[in-house]
Design a protein around this ligand. Sequence first.
Ligand code: SF4
Ligand code: SF4
Length: 133
Amino acid sequence: MKRLQKKPFKVFKPEKIFVFGWVFLAVILISSLFVYRPWCSMFCPFGLVGWFFEKISIFKIKVNYETCIACESCAKSCPSTAMESILKREKTIVDCYSSATCLDACPTGSISFGTGKRDLPPAGKYDGKKKKE
Ligand code: SF4
Ligand code: SF4
């Protein structure tokens, strides 16, 4: 106890934390070349909690694919890549922050925020536009 009082930071071994910090930073930087936002998608605890609650939430962002004209304004306005994931039929949809930005951006009013299952978009509807660009 006396020794700890004299050297209170000895238990933390700052030199090891320093090395770990640099290694961790290098891992994040290198993985960012291959993974979109590696910190947010793999390490951030807030992101994990948000992702989990979005999955179990009874309220979801939904698209009416009958009236949608595939302009992708919603995906461009989305602060995350959630709407892009939805339109591209990705298996893992990244965090939707329920910002409602996509609702305002949609020119046809095809997006709603409500209960019920989120339908899959028709296959290929949002792929053709990308190929033309
Ligand atoms: S509500 Fe916000 S975060 Fe969710 S899909 Fe729409 S724009 Fe993206
Ligand atoms: S903004 Fe509206 S019309 Fe355009 S792709 Fe999104 S849902 Fe469809």
